[in-house]
Design a binder for this molecule. Structure first.
Ligand code: PEP
Ligand code: MG
Length: 875
């Protein structure tokens, strides 16, 4: 014989599959000795059997239900249909996962024309009894027999109108009797049947209705949208009724064991005196905050508080609890994990840990990336966002949310900002000249570029929200407008940008109220104890470095020195350098540049406070710095005191068909060794001075970009070392330093053993390595990648999630070859893909020492690394 029915006293919380979430929790609470009204659960297996065998309850199921009803009678001293002491039950559905859309509740089942009289005399309250009866008729008609609730409600409304009354609680016993009679009429008119008077028949019909509702259209849609299997089925919970509407010493309510918005400890919720469950949600009367119960009924409040604390500790989670007080006696009707905001989720987990409810490992394991992310950045108000439809989407390049007026050039944005406007910079793509415009913007949107494009990298570095690669966006920068299909964005059009979802909306969306800030320091200390791979920051400005350190970086893994030339005056100096006609002219510019670079590096060292700092020598794809058109050539010529023709000729000479694969990185270092020498000297001098002034011990890590070949690297290393040694001799001092290389070209991976003979460390630049390994441009790829994702050729964007099979294999090879020559070789990864949670397991497999990423990605990366260790993914 199969077991289809379990008493609450027979189950446990582990049996969610069989008893559903609600049933398993009712059983668990019964086991804990909490005041749960007695009851039993008909299993999900009974549901599946019912659905697969002609929608009929078998005799076996019915017999087991009857036996359970008898046991319920023994425990309660009440009987179905008894004219003195009738048993009344609630019937509720409960699948493994909570599922709105299914039939949920029928209350007061067991009432009929006879038992209603018994209830009236037992309660000495006829009005109450007939109100209960009409509720049964209404709920049964609606949820079991499918009648529209408004047919019932309209009768109540009409009756109130006839009698000049406003509220249900003004209706008398006679009114409810009249309603009961009218409701029975509805059954006859609409269904050509009588309301079933036999409680057992009521019960079987209700159980069948719950089972059947598993397959209704709403439930199916909900499951499809939430990825819930159709094969789970739902259980049915049958439980003795307790009445919150028994008068002034009764009530009902819903409480969270902690505040679900902010996570504050203490009960949070509301209740109504003299009311039944659905009155609280129906909003007819305004419920009171739960704290008022402490005055209304202090004993019950304290008992409820203690139970909630008990449940929280038992489940190790914040609980959402339904309770009823019947004539001063408290009953718990349901408990489940409470839904909460991201901010509350973090706060609650930390508090649980500090209160000793969960272990450190559980804390690490249970924090979710989306909650951490949401807690670190401003977000739109969730409810407001739900009501809005985005008109544009792209890659979610930098998280956060912001609203501002659209401007199409950095200058226009800056002017608008100066007028006091909040601005959103909308560009086809950004370049170094836009840097100040980006810095003052609330958000940046581009139509081109991927996750490693200029806009994405810079915005992420600054913590400014950004959506890039919006394919449907056509930006007409010269006309100060942009189009998305037929929709036009004009200068000043207000846009709301969600950098976490990659969606853009017209108009303003209110922001979420800022609650507590996350106790990040505490979390970092915990993550650091667990994560085997360290996390550094990709940062170069003092502000970004400080942000990186505040967000938990153990050092700087990549300071891109070309980013130091994005500011207007620097850009000019840099242009002077690359447009110089002779070595003499270059040396003259370099002398000036060395002074400013040295100061830059000093600021960096001071901000890094003695933490390891990797500074990468210039790696500008030159096209990012060259004047873009004749007008810009004219401007640059004027600023540099050169003729237009000189600037134009030089710019044309330097123009490359494919600058990403051109004159950049070490190629620049070979052609103009004096540039790298200047930078190396500035790095060393700055380190010596800060060491002196601040007493930090500093060992600079000088990183050479874009190495192809060991000989090439050795050649430039020698030039740099000569300059450094000469400088140290000149200053009569010594300093430890390291010179290593980026590994970002496939060939470098293959010859890593040769390069490792000269390099002190490797840092994988997976942005370029992905570009070259896949042969997909990092700036133009979104279109292709999107298509490949749509068709299912790619599972993930390889610029976001490390391509393990290709790029990963190259990295593995390079590490093996490099470490064969130098087992101590320090290895990092500083491309964007490293910080993606989906890349982390593989990084552990590689055996690297650290990853480096944009400051705002650090907490999430550290959390994922720690989680991976705790979950023992390595085993
Ligand atoms: C890389 O290529 O991965 C890298 C970090 O360098 P950049 O993005 O500056 O080319
Ligand atoms: Mg690179």
């Amino acid at each position: 014989m199969n077991r289809w029915v379990y008493l609450f006293s027979e189950g446990s919380k582990e049996q969610r599959d069989l008893l559903g979430g609600k049933g398993a929790n009712l059983a668990e609470m019964t086991k804990l000795g909490l005041p749960v009204p007695t009851g039993f659960t008909v299993t999900t297996e009974a549901c599946l059997y019912y659905l697969n065998h002609g929608d009929q309850l078998t005799d076996e199921v019915k017999n087991q239900v009857m036996t359970a009803v008898e046991q319920l009678s023994v425990k309660t001293g009440k009987k179905f249909g008894d004219l003195n002491n009738p048993l009344l039950v609630s019937v509720r559905s409960g699948s493994k996962f909570s599922m709105p859309g299914m039939m949920d509740t029928v209350l007061n089942l067991g009432l009929n024309d006879q038992t209603v009289a018994a209830l009236a005399s037992n309660s000495q309250n006829e009005r109450f009894a007939y109100d209960c009866y009409r509720r049964l008729l209404q709920m049964f008609g609606n949820v079991v027999l499918g009648l529209d609730n408004s047919i019932f409600e309209s009768r109540i409304t009409a009756l109130k109108k006839e009698n000049g009354l406003s509220f249900d609680n003004e209706l008398t016993a006679d009114h409810w009797k009249q309603i009961v009679s009218e409701y029975k009429g509805i059954y006859r008119e609409e269904l050509q049947r009588e309301f079933p008077q036999d409680p057992i028949e009521q019960l079987y019909l209700a159980i069948e209705a719950v089972f059947g509702s598993w397959n209704n259209a709403r439930a199916k849609t909900y499951r499809r949208l939430h990825g819930i299997s159709d094969d789970l089925g739902t259980a049915v919970n049958i439980q003795e009724m307790v009445f919150g509407n028994f008068g002034e010493t009764s009530g009902t309510g819903v409480v969270f064991s902690r505040n679900p918005s902010l996570g504050d400890p203490g009960l949070f919720g509301e209740y109504l005196i003299n009311a039944q469950g659905e009155d609280v949600v129906a909003g007819v009367r305004t419920p009171k905050p739960i704290q008022v119960l402490a005055e209304d009924m202090p004993e019950q409040f304290n008992q409820l508080k203690a139970i909630c604390e008990n449940l929280e500790t038992h489940y190790q989670d914040m609980q959402d609890v339904e309770f009823t007080i019947e004539r001063e006696k408290l009953f718990i009707l349901q408990t489940r994990s409470g839904k909460r905001t991201s901010k509350a989720a973090l706060r609650i987990l930390l508090d649980f840990f500090n209160e000793g409810i969960i272990s450190e490992e559980a804390l690490v394991n249970r924090i979710e990336g989306k909650d951490l992310e949401a807690a670190l950045h401003p977000n739109f108000d969730e409810a407001a966002l739900k009501r809005r439809v985005s008109f544009l989407s792209g890659l979610a390049a930098s998280p956060g949310a912001a609203t501002g007026a659209a401007y199409f050039s950095a200058d226009a944005a800056t002017e608008a900002k100066a007028r006091g406007e909040r601005v959103v910079l909308v560009r086809e793509e950004t370049s170094p000249e836009d840097i100040e415009g980006i810095a003052i913007s609330e958000a940046v949107i581009t139509s081109r570029g991927g996750m490693t494009s200029h806009a994405a990298v810079v915005a992420r570095g600054m913590g400014i929200c950004s959506v890039v690669g919006c394919e449907r966006l056509t930006v007409m920068e010269n006309e100060n407008k942009a189009m998305v299909g037929d929709e036009m964005i004009e200068e000043g059009t207000v846009l709301s940008v969600d950098g976490s979802s990659g969606k853009v909306y017209f108009g303003e969306i209110p922001m979420e109220e800022v609650g507590h800030t996350v106790a990040l320091d505490e979390l970092h200390a915990i993550w650091d104890r667990h994560a085997a791979i360290k996390v550094r920051a990709n940062a170069e400005t003092p502000k970004d470095i400080e942000t990186g350190m505040a967000l938990g970086a153990v050092g700087i893994g990549l300071a891109r020195t070309e980013h130091m030339f994005f500011e207007k005056t620097r850009l000019l100096q840099f242009r002077r350098l690359i447009l110089a006609d002779s070595l003499a002219e270059r040396l003259e510019v370099l002398k000036e540049l060395k002074t400013v670079q040295k100061q830059d590096f000093k600021y960096m060292y001071e901000a890094a406070k003695g933490r390891p700092t990797t500074i990468r020598l210039l790696d500008p794809p030159l096209h990012e710095f060259l004047p873009k058109n004749a007008e810009e050539c004219r401007e640059v010529a004027k600023e540099l005191g050169k003729t237009f023709n000189e600037v134009k000729r030089k710019t044309d000479n330097l123009a490359e068909v494919n600058p990403m694969l051109g004159f950049r990185g070490l190629r620049l270092g070979v052609a103009y060794p004096e540039i790298y020498q200047m930078q190396a000297e500035a790095i060393i001098e700055a380190a010596c001075e800060v060491r002196e002034e601040q007493a930090f011990s500093i060992q600079p890590e000088i990183m050479i970009p874009f190495t192809i070949d060991a000989g090439e690297f050795a050649h430039v290393r020698q030039a740099i070392e000569e300059a450094i040694q000469k400088n140290l001799r000149h200053n009569q001092t010594t300093l430890d330093y390291q010179i290593g290389t980026m590994i970002e070209i496939p060939r470098a991976c293959f010859v890593a053993d040769q390069i490792a003979q000269y390099a002190d460390f490797f840092s994988f630049g997976t942005n370029d390595l992905t570009q070259m390994a896949l042969g997909l441009s990092r700036d133009d790829s979104p279109r292709i990648v999107t298509q490949y994702l749509d068709v299912g050729i790619f599972e993930d964007d390889p610029f976001q999630v490390l391509d393990k099979a290709g790029v990963g294999a190259l990295m593995k090879l390079a590490i093996e070859r490099g470490r064969k020559v130098n087992p101590q070789l320090k290895i990092g990864v500083c491309g964007e893909a490293a910080a993606h949670p989906k890349s982390i397991d593989f990084l552990y497999e590689l055996g690297i020492d650290y990853i480096s990423c944009s400051p705002f990605r650090i907490p999430q990366a550290k959390m994922t690394l720690a989680k991976a260790t705790v979950e023992n993914v390595l085993s």
